[in-house]
Design a protein around this ligand. Sequence first.
Ligand code: ZN
Length: 122
Amino acid sequence: MITLQTFFEEARAGRLTGIRCQRCAELAIPPKEFCPSCHQRAWELVPLAGHGTISSFTVIRVPPRGRAPEAPYAVAVVRLAEGVSLLGRIVDIPVDELRIGLPVKFRPLVNEDQTVVGFGPA
Ligand SMILES: [Zn+2]
């Protein structure tokens, strides 16, 4: 079965993957249990190129506890070339250069045992 764990294991290895419904071809990311379109559970893993553009973003200036040294940073909703959107952390792009429509590329942020979806310069 394809789970969030599968998604993050792939992401950790630098591969962005979505899932495609084998019945109705709906594409989803990150993995869900049932297809929102036809309510089946017949997903197959599909590789995504990882290219997209920012469709919205938020700059975090007051970070969650434990993240203080990292602020300010941005999280953005990125619309991927394949047509699905994904929330990710922006890396290596100054927050004052962020704008809607900016091209970005998938880049996982890998810590010891944690992988976070990130996007850096295209
Ligand atoms: Zn479906």
